[in-house]
Design a protein around this ligand. Sequence first.
Ligand code: SAM
Ligand code: SF4
Length: 489
Amino acid sequence: MTMEALAPPPPASTERTRYLPTIDTEGLTSFIPDGEIWRHLEETGSPDRSQVQDIIAKSLAKSRLDPEEMAVLINTQEPELLEEIFAGARALKERIYGNRIVLFAPLYVGNSCVNDCQYCAFRSSNPKVVRKTLADGELHDEIIALVRKGHKRLIMVYGEHPSYTPEFIADTVRLVYGVKDGNGEIRRVNINAAPLDHAGYRTVKESGIGTYQIFQESYHRETYEQVHPRGLKSNYLWRLFGLTRAMEAGIDDVGIGALLGLADWRFEVMSLLYHTIHLEDRFNVGPHTISFPRIEPALGTAFADRPPNQVSDADFKKLIAIIRLAVPYTGMILTCREPVALRNEALAFGVSQIDAGSSIGIGSYSQDAEAHKKSQFVLGDQRSLDQAIRELCDAGFLPSFCTGCYRVGRTGEHFMEFAVPGFVKRYCTPNAMLTFLEYLQDYASPETVVAGHRRMTAEIKAMPDSESLKGHLLERLDRVRDGERDLFF
Ligand code: SAM
Ligand code: SF4
Protein backbone atom coordinates (compact mmCIF):
# COMPACT_ATOMS: atom_id res chain seq x y z
CA MET A 1 0.00 0.00 0.00
CA THR A 2 1.39 3.42 -0.88
CA MET A 3 1.85 6.28 1.57
CA GLU A 4 -0.89 8.24 -0.24
CA ALA A 5 -3.37 5.47 0.41
CA LEU A 6 -2.58 5.57 4.13
CA ALA A 7 -2.90 9.34 4.44
CA PRO A 8 -6.33 10.48 5.62
CA PRO A 9 -8.38 12.24 2.95
CA PRO A 10 -8.62 16.00 3.39
CA PRO A 11 -11.75 16.99 5.28
CA ALA A 12 -14.55 17.63 2.77
CA SER A 13 -15.02 21.10 4.21
CA THR A 14 -11.48 22.18 3.24
CA GLU A 15 -12.28 21.86 -0.43
CA ARG A 16 -15.72 23.32 0.00
CA THR A 17 -14.62 26.41 1.89
CA ARG A 18 -11.30 27.43 0.30
CA TYR A 19 -10.31 27.80 -3.33
CA LEU A 20 -7.11 28.94 -4.89
CA PRO A 21 -7.17 28.33 -8.63
CA THR A 22 -4.36 26.32 -10.13
CA ILE A 23 -2.64 29.18 -11.90
CA ASP A 24 -0.73 28.22 -15.00
CA THR A 25 0.26 30.92 -17.45
CA GLU A 26 3.24 29.01 -18.90
CA GLY A 27 3.39 29.35 -22.64
CA LEU A 28 0.70 32.05 -22.86
CA THR A 29 1.49 35.10 -24.97
CA SER A 30 -0.67 38.19 -24.86
CA PHE A 31 -2.95 38.64 -27.84
CA ILE A 32 -2.91 42.41 -27.31
CA PRO A 33 -0.30 43.75 -29.75
CA ASP A 34 0.59 47.08 -28.14
CA GLY A 35 2.87 48.28 -30.94
CA GLU A 36 0.36 47.45 -33.65
CA ILE A 37 -2.45 49.23 -31.78
CA TRP A 38 -0.47 52.45 -31.40
CA ARG A 39 0.66 52.20 -35.02
CA HIS A 40 -2.93 51.87 -36.26
CA LEU A 41 -3.92 54.85 -34.13
CA GLU A 42 -1.05 56.94 -35.43
CA GLU A 43 -1.29 55.98 -39.08
CA THR A 44 -5.01 56.63 -39.46
CA GLY A 45 -4.98 60.25 -38.24
CA SER A 46 -7.37 62.71 -40.02
CA PRO A 47 -9.35 60.22 -42.09
CA ASP A 48 -11.30 61.52 -45.07
CA ARG A 49 -15.04 61.31 -45.65
CA SER A 50 -15.03 58.42 -48.11
CA GLN A 51 -12.86 56.27 -45.82
CA VAL A 52 -15.25 56.77 -42.92
CA GLN A 53 -18.31 56.18 -45.09
CA ASP A 54 -16.87 52.96 -46.55
CA ILE A 55 -16.21 51.60 -43.07
CA ILE A 56 -19.73 52.43 -41.89
CA ALA A 57 -21.09 50.73 -45.03
CA LYS A 58 -19.06 47.59 -44.26
CA SER A 59 -20.52 47.46 -40.79
CA LEU A 60 -24.06 47.98 -42.08
CA ALA A 61 -23.43 45.05 -44.40
CA LYS A 62 -23.01 43.04 -41.18
CA SER A 63 -19.25 42.60 -41.20
CA ARG A 64 -17.05 42.92 -38.19
CA LEU A 65 -14.52 45.71 -38.63
CA ASP A 66 -10.76 45.19 -38.65
CA PRO A 67 -8.62 46.99 -36.06
CA GLU A 68 -7.30 49.43 -38.63
CA GLU A 69 -10.86 50.38 -39.58
CA MET A 70 -11.76 50.87 -35.95
CA ALA A 71 -8.74 53.16 -35.60
CA VAL A 72 -10.06 55.27 -38.48
CA LEU A 73 -13.36 55.76 -36.65
CA ILE A 74 -11.54 56.55 -33.41
CA ASN A 75 -9.52 59.22 -35.20
CA THR A 76 -12.58 60.84 -36.74
CA GLN A 77 -13.01 64.30 -35.22
CA GLU A 78 -14.91 66.37 -37.75
CA PRO A 79 -18.43 66.99 -36.36
CA GLU A 80 -20.19 66.09 -39.62
CA LEU A 81 -18.35 62.80 -39.92
CA LEU A 82 -18.92 62.05 -36.28
CA GLU A 83 -22.62 62.54 -36.93
CA GLU A 84 -22.35 59.93 -39.69
CA ILE A 85 -20.81 57.49 -37.22
CA PHE A 86 -23.71 58.01 -34.81
CA ALA A 87 -26.24 57.72 -37.63
CA GLY A 88 -24.59 54.49 -38.81
CA ALA A 89 -24.64 53.01 -35.33
CA ARG A 90 -28.29 54.01 -34.92
CA ALA A 91 -29.22 52.44 -38.26
CA LEU A 92 -27.35 49.24 -37.43
CA LYS A 93 -29.03 48.95 -34.07
CA GLU A 94 -32.48 49.56 -35.50
CA ARG A 95 -32.05 47.17 -38.41
CA ILE A 96 -30.56 44.31 -36.49
CA TYR A 97 -31.90 44.54 -32.98
CA GLY A 98 -35.04 46.63 -33.34
CA ASN A 99 -36.24 48.61 -30.33
CA ARG A 100 -35.97 45.92 -27.64
CA ILE A 101 -33.97 46.60 -24.51
CA VAL A 102 -33.16 43.64 -22.28
CA LEU A 103 -33.40 44.36 -18.55
CA PHE A 104 -31.49 42.78 -15.69
CA ALA A 105 -30.40 43.49 -12.11
CA PRO A 106 -27.05 43.05 -10.38
CA LEU A 107 -26.99 41.05 -7.16
CA TYR A 108 -23.94 41.43 -4.96
CA VAL A 109 -23.35 38.21 -3.02
CA GLY A 110 -20.19 39.04 -1.09
CA ASN A 111 -17.55 41.77 -0.90
CA SER A 112 -14.66 39.92 0.74
CA CYS A 113 -11.65 40.32 -1.48
CA VAL A 114 -7.96 39.41 -1.45
CA ASN A 115 -7.09 41.85 -4.23
CA ASP A 116 -6.17 45.47 -3.95
CA CYS A 117 -7.59 47.08 -7.09
CA GLN A 118 -6.92 50.78 -6.59
CA TYR A 119 -10.30 51.89 -7.98
CA CYS A 120 -12.59 49.54 -6.05
CA ALA A 121 -14.12 50.01 -2.62
CA PHE A 122 -13.91 46.26 -2.00
CA ARG A 123 -10.11 46.22 -2.21
CA SER A 124 -8.43 44.49 0.69
CA SER A 125 -6.71 47.65 1.99
CA ASN A 126 -9.96 49.62 2.35
CA PRO A 127 -10.99 49.74 6.04
CA LYS A 128 -14.09 51.83 5.29
CA VAL A 129 -16.08 49.01 3.74
CA VAL A 130 -17.95 46.61 5.99
CA ARG A 131 -17.27 43.04 4.79
CA LYS A 132 -20.26 40.87 4.28
CA THR A 133 -21.23 37.68 2.47
CA LEU A 134 -24.90 36.83 2.22
CA ALA A 135 -25.97 33.73 4.14
CA ASP A 136 -28.47 31.47 2.36
CA GLY A 137 -31.45 33.05 4.14
CA GLU A 138 -30.27 36.56 3.30
CA LEU A 139 -29.70 35.60 -0.32
CA HIS A 140 -33.20 34.16 -0.39
CA ASP A 141 -34.59 37.49 0.91
CA GLU A 142 -32.71 39.39 -1.81
CA ILE A 143 -34.12 37.13 -4.52
CA ILE A 144 -37.66 37.53 -3.20
CA ALA A 145 -37.23 41.31 -3.21
CA LEU A 146 -35.91 41.25 -6.80
CA VAL A 147 -38.58 38.86 -8.04
CA ARG A 148 -41.28 41.03 -6.46
CA LYS A 149 -40.03 44.00 -8.45
CA GLY A 150 -40.47 41.91 -11.61
CA HIS A 151 -36.91 40.90 -12.42
CA LYS A 152 -36.20 37.71 -14.39
CA ARG A 153 -32.51 38.10 -15.20
CA LEU A 154 -29.66 38.65 -12.76
CA ILE A 155 -25.96 39.17 -12.78
CA MET A 156 -24.49 37.86 -9.55
CA VAL A 157 -21.33 39.63 -8.40
CA TYR A 158 -18.61 38.31 -6.06
CA GLY A 159 -15.32 39.64 -4.71
CA GLU A 160 -12.29 37.41 -5.18
CA HIS A 161 -11.71 35.39 -2.06
CA PRO A 162 -10.74 31.79 -1.24
CA SER A 163 -14.13 31.32 0.42
CA TYR A 164 -15.93 32.11 -2.85
CA THR A 165 -15.19 28.68 -4.24
CA PRO A 166 -16.68 27.44 -7.51
CA GLU A 167 -18.94 25.21 -5.38
CA PHE A 168 -20.05 28.23 -3.38
CA ILE A 169 -20.82 30.19 -6.54
CA ALA A 170 -22.69 27.21 -8.02
CA ASP A 171 -24.68 26.74 -4.80
CA THR A 172 -25.73 30.39 -4.74
CA VAL A 173 -26.86 30.13 -8.39
CA ARG A 174 -28.89 27.00 -7.62
CA LEU A 175 -30.44 28.76 -4.66
CA VAL A 176 -31.55 31.60 -6.93
CA TYR A 177 -33.15 29.27 -9.48
CA GLY A 178 -34.98 27.46 -6.67
CA VAL A 179 -36.85 30.53 -5.40
CA LYS A 180 -40.47 30.84 -6.59
CA ASP A 181 -42.75 33.62 -5.45
CA GLY A 182 -46.28 33.82 -6.85
CA ASN A 183 -45.84 34.06 -10.62
CA GLY A 184 -42.26 35.17 -10.21
CA GLU A 185 -38.86 33.52 -10.54
CA ILE A 186 -35.38 34.29 -11.85
CA ARG A 187 -34.88 32.60 -15.19
CA ARG A 188 -31.33 33.51 -16.12
CA VAL A 189 -28.34 34.03 -13.84
CA ASN A 190 -25.16 35.56 -15.26
CA ILE A 191 -21.96 35.77 -13.26
CA ASN A 192 -19.36 38.48 -12.68
CA ALA A 193 -16.61 36.90 -10.62
CA ALA A 194 -12.91 36.18 -10.58
CA PRO A 195 -11.25 34.12 -13.30
CA LEU A 196 -11.28 30.41 -12.44
CA ASP A 197 -9.31 27.38 -13.55
CA HIS A 198 -10.92 24.88 -15.92
CA ALA A 199 -12.29 22.65 -13.17
CA GLY A 200 -13.75 25.68 -11.42
CA TYR A 201 -15.58 26.83 -14.54
CA ARG A 202 -17.00 23.35 -15.09
CA THR A 203 -18.40 23.34 -11.55
CA VAL A 204 -20.04 26.73 -12.03
CA LYS A 205 -21.38 25.79 -15.46
CA GLU A 206 -23.24 22.81 -13.98
CA SER A 207 -25.42 25.17 -11.96
CA GLY A 208 -26.90 26.48 -15.22
CA ILE A 209 -25.38 29.93 -15.60
CA GLY A 210 -25.92 32.15 -18.61
CA THR A 211 -22.95 34.44 -19.30
CA TYR A 212 -19.66 34.45 -17.38
CA GLN A 213 -18.37 37.99 -17.33
CA ILE A 214 -14.82 39.13 -16.58
CA PHE A 215 -13.58 42.64 -17.28
CA GLN A 216 -9.90 42.95 -18.08
CA GLU A 217 -10.10 46.42 -16.48
CA SER A 218 -7.07 47.63 -18.45
CA TYR A 219 -5.58 45.82 -21.42
CA HIS A 220 -2.55 48.09 -21.11
CA ARG A 221 -0.19 45.83 -19.20
CA GLU A 222 1.85 48.47 -17.41
CA THR A 223 -1.27 50.29 -16.25
CA TYR A 224 -2.84 46.97 -15.28
CA GLU A 225 0.12 46.07 -13.10
CA GLN A 226 0.16 49.51 -11.45
CA VAL A 227 -3.47 49.41 -10.38
CA HIS A 228 -3.41 45.73 -9.33
CA PRO A 229 -0.34 45.71 -7.12
CA ARG A 230 -1.15 42.64 -5.02
CA GLY A 231 -3.26 39.50 -4.89
CA LEU A 232 -4.31 37.00 -7.53
CA LYS A 233 -5.50 39.76 -9.83
CA SER A 234 -1.96 41.14 -10.24
CA ASN A 235 -1.35 38.40 -12.85
CA TYR A 236 -2.26 40.05 -16.18
CA LEU A 237 -2.10 36.93 -18.33
CA TRP A 238 -4.15 34.84 -15.90
CA ARG A 239 -6.97 37.34 -16.27
CA LEU A 240 -6.47 37.99 -19.99
CA PHE A 241 -6.99 34.29 -20.71
CA GLY A 242 -9.74 33.94 -18.08
CA LEU A 243 -12.54 33.73 -20.61
CA THR A 244 -10.50 31.59 -23.01
CA ARG A 245 -10.36 29.01 -20.21
CA ALA A 246 -14.07 29.49 -19.54
CA MET A 247 -14.88 28.63 -23.16
CA GLU A 248 -12.43 25.73 -23.16
CA ALA A 249 -14.30 24.45 -20.11
CA GLY A 250 -17.59 24.55 -22.02
CA ILE A 251 -19.10 27.91 -21.03
CA ASP A 252 -20.72 29.12 -24.26
CA ASP A 253 -21.46 32.74 -23.44
CA VAL A 254 -18.79 35.05 -22.11
CA GLY A 255 -18.77 38.80 -21.50
CA ILE A 256 -15.66 40.95 -21.91
CA GLY A 257 -15.14 44.49 -20.68
CA ALA A 258 -12.72 47.32 -19.96
CA LEU A 259 -12.93 49.70 -17.02
CA LEU A 260 -12.58 53.15 -18.55
CA GLY A 261 -10.47 55.75 -16.78
CA LEU A 262 -7.33 53.67 -16.26
CA ALA A 263 -5.44 53.83 -19.58
CA ASP A 264 -6.11 55.79 -22.80
CA TRP A 265 -9.66 54.82 -23.89
CA ARG A 266 -8.57 54.48 -27.50
CA PHE A 267 -6.15 51.70 -26.53
CA GLU A 268 -8.79 49.94 -24.43
CA VAL A 269 -11.44 50.06 -27.15
CA MET A 270 -9.00 48.72 -29.75
CA SER A 271 -8.07 45.97 -27.29
CA LEU A 272 -11.71 44.96 -26.83
CA LEU A 273 -11.72 44.33 -30.59
CA TYR A 274 -8.50 42.28 -30.38
CA HIS A 275 -10.02 40.26 -27.54
CA THR A 276 -13.09 39.64 -29.70
CA ILE A 277 -10.91 38.50 -32.58
CA HIS A 278 -8.93 36.20 -30.26
CA LEU A 279 -12.15 34.47 -29.15
CA GLU A 280 -13.46 34.29 -32.71
CA ASP A 281 -10.20 32.72 -33.91
CA ARG A 282 -10.19 30.17 -31.11
CA PHE A 283 -13.86 29.27 -30.82
CA ASN A 284 -15.46 30.57 -33.97
CA VAL A 285 -17.66 32.85 -31.90
CA GLY A 286 -16.93 36.16 -30.23
CA PRO A 287 -18.05 37.38 -26.81
CA HIS A 288 -21.75 37.41 -26.00
CA THR A 289 -21.51 40.89 -24.50
CA ILE A 290 -19.13 43.81 -24.21
CA SER A 291 -19.13 46.18 -21.22
CA PHE A 292 -17.32 49.50 -20.97
CA PRO A 293 -17.98 50.90 -17.48
CA ARG A 294 -16.43 54.21 -16.50
CA ILE A 295 -14.88 54.40 -13.03
CA GLU A 296 -17.35 55.84 -10.52
CA PRO A 297 -16.67 57.36 -7.09
CA ALA A 298 -16.38 54.68 -4.42
CA LEU A 299 -16.38 54.75 -0.61
CA GLY A 300 -12.88 55.33 0.82
CA THR A 301 -11.33 55.29 -2.64
CA ALA A 302 -9.65 58.59 -3.61
CA PHE A 303 -8.30 57.02 -6.82
CA ALA A 304 -11.84 56.64 -8.16
CA ASP A 305 -12.55 60.38 -7.72
CA ARG A 306 -9.73 61.28 -10.12
CA PRO A 307 -8.88 58.38 -12.39
CA PRO A 308 -5.79 59.04 -14.52
CA ASN A 309 -7.57 58.85 -17.89
CA GLN A 310 -11.13 59.92 -17.22
CA VAL A 311 -13.34 59.62 -20.31
CA SER A 312 -15.50 62.65 -21.18
CA ASP A 313 -19.18 62.20 -22.03
CA ALA A 314 -18.47 63.12 -25.65
CA ASP A 315 -15.73 60.49 -26.02
CA PHE A 316 -17.86 57.96 -24.15
CA LYS A 317 -20.76 58.33 -26.58
CA LYS A 318 -18.37 58.18 -29.51
CA LEU A 319 -16.75 54.96 -28.31
CA ILE A 320 -20.15 53.34 -27.75
CA ALA A 321 -21.12 54.08 -31.35
CA ILE A 322 -17.75 52.79 -32.58
CA ILE A 323 -18.02 49.52 -30.65
CA ARG A 324 -21.55 49.07 -32.05
CA LEU A 325 -20.21 49.42 -35.59
CA ALA A 326 -17.07 47.36 -35.03
CA VAL A 327 -18.73 44.25 -33.58
CA PRO A 328 -22.28 44.37 -34.94
CA TYR A 329 -23.33 40.98 -33.48
CA THR A 330 -22.34 41.52 -29.86
CA GLY A 331 -24.63 42.60 -27.05
CA MET A 332 -23.63 45.86 -25.42
CA ILE A 333 -24.26 46.55 -21.74
CA LEU A 334 -24.54 49.95 -20.06
CA THR A 335 -25.15 49.91 -16.33
CA CYS A 336 -26.70 52.19 -13.73
CA ARG A 337 -23.22 53.56 -13.06
CA GLU A 338 -24.13 56.10 -15.76
CA PRO A 339 -26.62 58.97 -15.38
CA VAL A 340 -30.13 58.65 -16.87
CA ALA A 341 -29.77 61.14 -19.73
CA LEU A 342 -26.62 59.55 -21.05
CA ARG A 343 -28.07 56.05 -20.79
CA ASN A 344 -31.15 57.10 -22.72
CA GLU A 345 -29.04 58.54 -25.50
CA ALA A 346 -26.79 55.48 -25.71
CA LEU A 347 -29.78 53.17 -26.09
CA ALA A 348 -30.47 54.64 -29.49
CA PHE A 349 -27.06 54.00 -31.02
CA GLY A 350 -25.66 50.92 -29.43
CA VAL A 351 -26.66 49.60 -26.08
CA SER A 352 -28.87 46.50 -26.00
CA GLN A 353 -28.96 45.58 -22.30
CA ILE A 354 -29.32 47.73 -19.20
CA ASP A 355 -29.83 47.08 -15.53
CA ALA A 356 -32.63 48.94 -13.79
CA GLY A 357 -33.78 49.44 -10.23
CA SER A 358 -30.29 48.38 -9.21
CA SER A 359 -28.89 48.39 -5.74
CA ILE A 360 -25.29 47.40 -5.21
CA GLY A 361 -24.90 47.11 -1.46
CA ILE A 362 -24.65 43.63 -0.02
CA GLY A 363 -28.19 42.88 1.15
CA SER A 364 -29.55 46.18 -0.11
CA TYR A 365 -32.64 44.92 -1.99
CA SER A 366 -34.14 43.54 1.19
CA GLN A 367 -33.73 46.84 3.03
CA ASP A 368 -30.41 46.79 4.86
CA ALA A 369 -30.18 50.39 6.11
CA GLU A 370 -26.39 50.15 6.29
CA ALA A 371 -26.02 48.61 2.85
CA HIS A 372 -24.30 51.65 1.33
CA LYS A 373 -21.30 50.95 3.58
CA LYS A 374 -20.99 47.62 1.82
CA SER A 375 -21.38 49.10 -1.66
CA GLN A 376 -18.80 48.99 -4.40
CA PHE A 377 -19.41 52.42 -5.91
CA VAL A 378 -22.07 55.11 -6.31
CA LEU A 379 -24.84 54.73 -8.91
CA GLY A 380 -25.66 57.46 -11.43
CA ASP A 381 -29.14 56.13 -12.25
CA GLN A 382 -31.23 55.47 -9.16
CA ARG A 383 -34.67 55.10 -10.78
CA SER A 384 -36.89 52.18 -9.82
CA LEU A 385 -37.40 49.38 -12.34
CA ASP A 386 -40.99 50.54 -12.77
CA GLN A 387 -39.97 54.11 -13.58
CA ALA A 388 -37.17 53.05 -15.91
CA ILE A 389 -39.61 50.79 -17.79
CA ARG A 390 -42.22 53.52 -18.09
CA GLU A 391 -39.62 55.90 -19.51
CA LEU A 392 -38.36 53.26 -21.94
CA CYS A 393 -41.91 52.80 -23.24
CA ASP A 394 -42.45 56.53 -23.58
CA ALA A 395 -39.23 56.80 -25.57
CA GLY A 396 -40.38 54.09 -28.00
CA PHE A 397 -38.37 51.13 -26.63
CA LEU A 398 -39.77 47.69 -25.89
CA PRO A 399 -38.60 46.37 -22.50
CA SER A 400 -37.73 42.67 -22.58
CA PHE A 401 -37.17 40.09 -19.84
CA CYS A 402 -36.77 37.36 -22.42
CA THR A 403 -34.70 34.30 -21.55
CA GLY A 404 -36.17 32.13 -24.31
CA CYS A 405 -33.00 31.36 -26.27
CA TYR A 406 -31.04 30.42 -23.23
CA ARG A 407 -33.84 28.16 -21.97
CA VAL A 408 -34.05 26.15 -25.18
CA GLY A 409 -30.28 26.00 -25.59
CA ARG A 410 -29.99 28.61 -28.34
CA THR A 411 -26.78 29.98 -26.87
CA GLY A 412 -24.96 32.81 -28.57
CA GLU A 413 -28.35 34.36 -29.25
CA HIS A 414 -26.88 37.71 -30.20
CA PHE A 415 -25.07 36.04 -32.99
CA MET A 416 -28.31 34.49 -34.23
CA GLU A 417 -30.21 37.75 -33.96
CA PHE A 418 -27.60 39.06 -36.28
CA ALA A 419 -26.87 36.17 -38.59
CA VAL A 420 -30.21 34.42 -39.06
CA PRO A 421 -32.56 36.43 -41.29
CA GLY A 422 -35.87 37.14 -39.57
CA PHE A 423 -34.67 35.82 -36.21
CA VAL A 424 -35.50 38.99 -34.30
CA LYS A 425 -38.97 39.15 -35.85
CA ARG A 426 -39.69 35.46 -35.24
CA TYR A 427 -38.30 35.09 -31.73
CA CYS A 428 -36.96 38.19 -30.02
CA THR A 429 -39.78 40.67 -30.48
CA PRO A 430 -42.60 38.20 -29.68
CA ASN A 431 -40.67 36.92 -26.64
CA ALA A 432 -40.04 40.46 -25.48
CA MET A 433 -43.77 41.14 -25.70
CA LEU A 434 -44.74 37.98 -23.83
CA THR A 435 -42.34 38.71 -20.98
CA PHE A 436 -43.21 42.39 -20.92
CA LEU A 437 -46.91 41.57 -20.65
CA GLU A 438 -46.10 39.33 -17.68
CA TYR A 439 -44.44 42.33 -16.08
CA LEU A 440 -47.43 44.57 -16.78
CA GLN A 441 -49.85 41.97 -15.38
CA ASP A 442 -47.87 41.15 -12.25
CA TYR A 443 -45.74 44.09 -11.16
CA ALA A 444 -46.30 47.40 -12.95
CA SER A 445 -47.71 50.55 -11.32
CA PRO A 446 -50.95 51.95 -12.84
CA GLU A 447 -48.99 54.64 -14.76
CA THR A 448 -46.60 52.07 -16.17
CA VAL A 449 -49.50 49.80 -17.13
CA VAL A 450 -50.89 52.65 -19.25
CA ALA A 451 -47.52 53.42 -20.89
CA GLY A 452 -46.78 49.72 -21.36
CA HIS A 453 -50.07 48.88 -23.05
CA ARG A 454 -49.66 51.86 -25.33
CA ARG A 455 -46.29 50.44 -26.40
CA MET A 456 -47.66 46.91 -26.79
CA THR A 457 -50.51 48.18 -28.97
CA ALA A 458 -48.02 50.04 -31.19
CA GLU A 459 -45.87 46.91 -31.51
CA ILE A 460 -48.83 44.74 -32.50
CA LYS A 461 -50.03 47.32 -34.98
CA ALA A 462 -46.61 47.33 -36.62
CA MET A 463 -46.82 43.57 -37.35
CA PRO A 464 -48.37 42.70 -40.74
CA ASP A 465 -51.79 41.02 -40.29
CA SER A 466 -50.92 38.52 -43.01
CA GLU A 467 -48.27 36.80 -40.91
CA SER A 468 -49.26 33.62 -39.10
CA LEU A 469 -46.82 34.61 -36.38
CA LYS A 470 -49.08 37.47 -35.41
CA GLY A 471 -51.96 35.07 -34.80
CA HIS A 472 -49.77 32.79 -32.67
CA LEU A 473 -48.48 35.74 -30.71
CA LEU A 474 -51.96 37.18 -30.04
CA GLU A 475 -53.13 33.76 -28.87
CA ARG A 476 -50.17 33.49 -26.45
CA LEU A 477 -50.64 37.04 -25.20
CA ASP A 478 -54.23 36.09 -24.35
CA ARG A 479 -52.95 33.09 -22.44
CA VAL A 480 -50.62 35.35 -20.43
CA ARG A 481 -53.60 37.62 -19.70
CA ASP A 482 -55.44 34.52 -18.46
CA GLY A 483 -52.62 33.79 -16.01
CA GLU A 484 -50.26 31.44 -17.87
CA ARG A 485 -46.58 32.30 -17.46
CA ASP A 486 -43.24 31.60 -19.10
CA LEU A 487 -44.48 31.19 -22.67
CA PHE A 488 -41.88 31.75 -25.37
CA PHE A 489 -41.14 31.02 -29.01
N1 SAM B 1 -14.16 40.67 -8.10
C1 SAM B 1 -14.40 40.30 -9.44
C2 SAM B 1 -13.48 41.00 -10.39
O1 SAM B 1 -12.82 41.95 -10.00
O2 SAM B 1 -13.45 40.59 -11.53
C3 SAM B 1 -15.80 40.56 -9.89
C4 SAM B 1 -16.59 41.60 -9.24
S1 SAM B 1 -16.01 43.26 -9.45
C5 SAM B 1 -16.93 43.87 -8.13
C6 SAM B 1 -16.88 43.74 -10.93
C7 SAM B 1 -16.33 44.91 -11.68
O3 SAM B 1 -16.60 46.12 -11.01
C8 SAM B 1 -14.85 44.96 -11.89
O4 SAM B 1 -14.46 44.09 -12.91
C9 SAM B 1 -14.60 46.42 -12.20
O5 SAM B 1 -14.54 46.64 -13.59
C10 SAM B 1 -15.84 47.13 -11.67
N2 SAM B 1 -15.50 48.21 -10.74
C11 SAM B 1 -14.70 48.15 -9.67
N3 SAM B 1 -14.61 49.37 -9.07
C12 SAM B 1 -15.35 50.23 -9.80
C13 SAM B 1 -15.64 51.63 -9.71
N4 SAM B 1 -15.13 52.40 -8.76
N5 SAM B 1 -16.47 52.17 -10.64
C14 SAM B 1 -16.99 51.41 -11.62
N6 SAM B 1 -16.74 50.08 -11.75
C15 SAM B 1 -15.93 49.49 -10.85
FE1 SF4 C 1 -11.95 42.74 -5.48
FE2 SF4 C 1 -13.08 42.72 -7.89
FE3 SF4 C 1 -13.11 44.97 -6.40
FE4 SF4 C 1 -10.84 44.11 -7.44
S1 SF4 C 1 -12.66 44.80 -8.58
S2 SF4 C 1 -11.13 44.78 -5.31
S3 SF4 C 1 -11.08 41.89 -7.36
S4 SF4 C 1 -14.12 43.03 -5.94
